[in-house]
Write a protein that binds this ligand. Structure first.
Ligand SMILES: Cc1ncc(COP(=O)(O)OP(=O)(O)O)c(N)n1
Ligand code: 3NM
Ligand code: MG
Length: 543
């Protein structure tokens, strides 16, 4: 069962209009409307989805086993189907019970998946009986797959033995010869080789070679459990060369499921078309980043906790749960900071943000056109900490990278930035995205792309943004009337004209965004307060 590099383009993201909810033989069906197709019948276009099948045991604590495989594949952007070989009663303390699924029922599950879905890679975990291994080998011979990744699970991270000598023998004799890669840790490598000591990198190399002699095309011996080494070292032998993968050890107790996750991530990369070498590199980087991200989380009372594949549970962001979804009424008084004005008035970015919040701003955007990325990120992180306890959304102008790095609530992007659809794909479904639009057509595109609101201007001429085209109150009205998204007006707005804007009384107009009338002034909080009073007066007039 050689591994072949896949030459297809696997990623072609369907828009939510194109996406039709039917998955058949591993293909998402997408209906594409073209003028011809509309006249005759709809064309059907299919997109291949990389697909891994995991054959493993269930872990009720969801740190390892099937659950880890599903989480890892999904985090790595690969579809994962499952054949369950055993159900374990397990938590962070240990394995309290195991119920082995019958051979017949494992066979039935394999047949269901393999006969229907065109999958790329099979990854195995806990194979709790020689009979189940034999059933799997028969299925693998009957239904061709591109690669087989064998994680020879024998001992759980808590030290519970999950495979006896008969299982070891069957693995070696029947499954290993079919494998493209096997991924034992040092204890498993030792057990596979009759108990020889595997305690040094030199031992790992010779173990990799000896296991390779059993039949798999590649052997990755994982050295995470090696004593007395500051780095984690894994050794790959591909039958010709040795490769060493080194990474710094992450100080954490949350390592339950690392083996399953690494093997699944390797399988996921192989399914996408990577070579074995680059699949291992990417998978190791993924495991390192999820371990690092979740090094301080606490789940369960035992010695070894699970980690967080979604990289969202980080416990140093306690207000994460308190974050609320975007509400269009947030746009009422939108304060946009300006680095040059802050400099002129000798204020830091965080002082400007504090003052705007004090004055009653309902949303804040950091518009930083001058400073270095590192300095901007540092200041933006401080501003996130200032805004979040007040429940005031903080957006970053232009810089999606900075918004992600400081965990801001979202971004505001212009027509010369990347399209809203791309920004949405990068930022995910939760972050707020605003897009500058001067026309109804641009507003329509922003809506289709997944934006949350539109900034429309310049309503009046402005000195803050060079060469800005003024659309006037009429341009604003046109956009508001046609927009499917809430709109905030921008450009030259201050105490002298805010009532004219707010009293336009058009649908979707939810507030004003202001730079110089707040920040090119001595008292930011005072100006913000005054403007809020005027806005509230105008909304009363409309009611
Ligand atoms: C709320 C709001 N609306 C419009 C803009 C302008 O964004 P953009 O067109 O990207 O121009 P720059 O601000 O980047 O100069 C905005 N920032 N905020
Ligand atoms: C940043 C920006 N965008 C505009 C647009 O028309 O999209 S006008 C503008 C500047 C707004 O600053 P002030 O409130 O000082 O006029
Ligand atoms: Mg911009």
């Amino acid at each position: 069962m050689g591994f072949h590099v896949c030459s297809q383009t696997l990623y072609s993201a369907p828009t939510h209009h194109q996406f039709i909810n039917s998955i058949s033989r591993g293909f998402h069906r997408i209906k594409v409307s073209s003028p011809r197709a509309m006249q005759q019948q709809e064309e059907v276009h299919t997109v291949r989805v990389p697909h891994v099948l995991t054959v493993a045991g269930s872990d009720s604590g969801a740190g390892a086993g099937i659950q880890a495989d599903l989480k890892a594949c999904s985090a790595r952007g690969v579809y994962c189907s499952t054949v369950i070989t055993a159900v374990t009663a397990q938590n962070t303390v240990g394995v309290q019970g195991v119920d082995i699924v019958t051979e017949d029922f494992v066979r039935e599950q394999l047949k269901s998946v393999l006969s229907d879905m065109r999958l790329d890679v099979v990854k195995t975990g806990m194979l709790p009986s020689p009979g189940i291994i034999k059933v799997l080998c028969q299925s693998l011979k009957e239904f061709q797959v591109r690669a087989l990744v064998v994680d020879p699970v024998m001992v759980s991270t808590s030290g519970d033995v999950l495979a006896g000598p008969l299982i070891l023998a069957t693995l070696r004799e029947e499954l290993f010869p079919l494998a493209d890669i096997v991924t034992p840790n040092v204890r498993e490598a030792s057990a596979l080789l009759g108990g020889i000591p595997v305690e040094t990198v030199a031992d790992m190399r010779s173990a990799a070679k000896s296991i390779h002699d059993i039949g798999p095309r590649n052997v990755l011996v994982k050295g995470g459990d090696l004593p007395a080494s500051s780095d984690a070292i894994d050794v790959l032998f591909d039958g010709k060369d040795f490769y060493e993968f080194r990474s710094a050890r992450i100080k954490t107790v949350n390592t339950h499921g690392t083996g399953c996750t690494l093997a699944s991530s390797i399988a996921a990369e192989l399914a996408k078309g990577s070579s074995v070498l680059s699949a291992i590199k990417i998978a190791k980087r993924y495991v390192e980043s999820v371990l690092g991200y979740s090094k301080d989380i606490r789940i369960g009372e035992g010695q070894q906790g699970p980690f967080d594949h979604s990289m969202k549970l980080k416990n140093n962001t306690p207000n994460l749960c308190a974050r609320r979804p975007f509400d269009p009424s947030d746009l009422l008084l939108y304060a946009v900071t300006d680095s040059r004005m802050n400099k002129k008035w000798g204020r830091s970015m965080s002082d400007a943000v504090k003052a705007a919040i004090e004055g009653g701003a309902t949303i804040i955007q950091l518009r930083e056109k001058d400073s270095d990325t590192g300095d901007f990120l540092k200041a933006a992180k401080t501003c996130v900490e200032i805004c979040r306890p007040h429940g005031i959304p903080l957006l970053i102008n232009d810089r999606i990278d900075v918004a992600l790095a400081c965990d801001a609530d979202g971004v505001h992007i212009g027509q010369s930035d990347m399209p809203a659809q791309t920004a949405r794909a990068i930022l995910g479904p939760e972050k707020i995205i605003g897009v500058s639009c001067k026309t109804p057509e641009q507003a329509e595109k922003a809506w289709i792309g997944g934006a949350d609101y539109i900034g429309c201007g310049g309503v009046y001429p402005t000195n803050t943004k060079e060469n800005n085209v003024t659309v006037g109150l009429e341009g604003l009205r046109r956009v508001c009337l046609e927009s499917k998204l809430p709109v905030v007006a921008i450009g030259g707005i201050g105490s002298s004209n805010v009532k004219h804007v707010m009293e336009l009384g058009v649908p979707n107009l939810r507030g004003v965004a202001v730079v110089s009338a707040l920040f090119d002034r001595e008292s930011v909080s005072g100006e913000t307060r005054n403007l809020m009073t005027l806005i509230k007066d105008s909304t009363k007039v409309l009611k």
